[in-house]
Design a protein around this ligand. Sequence first.
Ligand SMILES: NC(=O)c1ccc[n+]([C@@H]2O[C@H](COP(=O)([O-])OP(=O)(O)OC[C@H]3O[C@@H](n4cnc5c(N)ncnc54)[C@H](O)[C@@H]3O)[C@@H](O)[C@H]2O)c1
Ligand SMILES: [Zn+2]
Ligand SMILES: [Zn+2]
Length: 384
Amino acid sequence: MKALVYNGAFDVTVQDVPDARIERPTDAVVRITSTNICGSDLHMYEGRTDMETGRVLGHENMGIVEAVGEGVDRLKVGDRVSLPFNVACGSCENCVAGRTAFCLRANQAGTAGAAFGFASMGEYAGGQAELLRVPWADFNALVLPEGTEKELDYTMLSDIFPTGWHGVELSRFEPGDSVVVWGAGPVGLMAAHSARIRGAAEVFVVDRHPDRLALVRKAGATPVDYSAGDPVEQIMQATGGRGVDRGVDAIGYQAHDPSGEEDASMVLNQLVQVVKATGGIGVVGVYLPQDPGAKDELSQQGKIAFDYGTFWFKGQSMGTGQCNVKAYNVKLRNLITAGVATPGFIVSHELDLTEAASAYGTFDRREDGWTKVVLHPGELATAR
Ligand SMILES: NC(=O)c1ccc[n+]([C@@H]2O[C@H](COP(=O)([O-])OP(=O)(O)OC[C@H]3O[C@@H](n4cnc5c(N)ncnc54)[C@H](O)[C@@H]3O)[C@@H](O)[C@H]2O)c1
Ligand SMILES: [Zn+2]
Ligand SMILES: [Zn+2]
């Protein structure tokens, strides 16, 4: 089968690899119809993780069940499914509690949490390929309405729509709250979309790319351009000096100042400033325990200079971590089916899998208009 393979920093190629197959009775094999490139893939693409060479990337996958193992009794061949980026066993303590991003059994290294095609998250191949092996398939696969309708909306269920929702959840959001989201990438836009659906009074989103700020308006939120002036001052001014109830970090450790210089602490510190006393901060942007590629020693050790005193003095709370996709994806699927949620509005490009390598380069440069790339390994006429 054809698959996108990671060869090293800034080097990925689509090549022939052995077909994905059933390895355990509880596996299924899914023929991929849509697989998205994610901002998380770029941390790997840029060589800023410990991703091994030779691995197939891709953790945002959906498709049609091609084969099931003998131990699979819910899923059927032909089912159209969304696959959470988390690989989870379904029976450990964390899975039973709904915390599938911290499954205690799926990661062969023994650490909590596993994912398809992801650095430090187990040995699973990704789905930027024609076929994908899905472990514990009955537990992991979410069945979708059959057909090809709303493919671009449903394909956001594997990661970024639940992740945006999770960011809002981690901030302890309640209807009527005001929210600021840092980062208008796909995750930030999904956080804004989620906050709107959940009844936010006001939503601001901070970024500097004009194409992404235009999408912020499409999500029904107010764009804040941090290259045009201090974003903290802009938000304080827009709220009459009150600040906001909730904040979401949808950027993570590769945040940069307007000149492009990386600064892993700036976003969290700005959030501490604009979120009201006793307000909450949800951090879904990725931070790593080690970052050998960082420019200063503190960041290399995965540490940041955080304004903990102000955070504490304001009585703020913070929630962090990978998204437990299964905690949300049934209801988010239903919101899409009902036409309430339309996460596919962020898709800028639909490409064939064979175009994936060049798409990584273009997406990595955040070229104008490249917001979210959906790859179709097979032939699929999508209907928005
Ligand atoms: N927690 C999870 O489960 C989970 C899931 C998916 C993605 N993620 C992470 O979420 C983050 C965002 O993902 P994405 O796909 O949207 O990525 P992305 O790189 O496309 O978007 C990030 C955006 O942040 C903006 N940005 C950078 N520095 C900024 C600053 N100082 N102020 C304002 N904006 C700034 C960039 O211009 C860009 O538009 C990544 O770290 C990704 O790894 C986490
Ligand atoms: Zn992703
Ligand atoms: Zn588990």
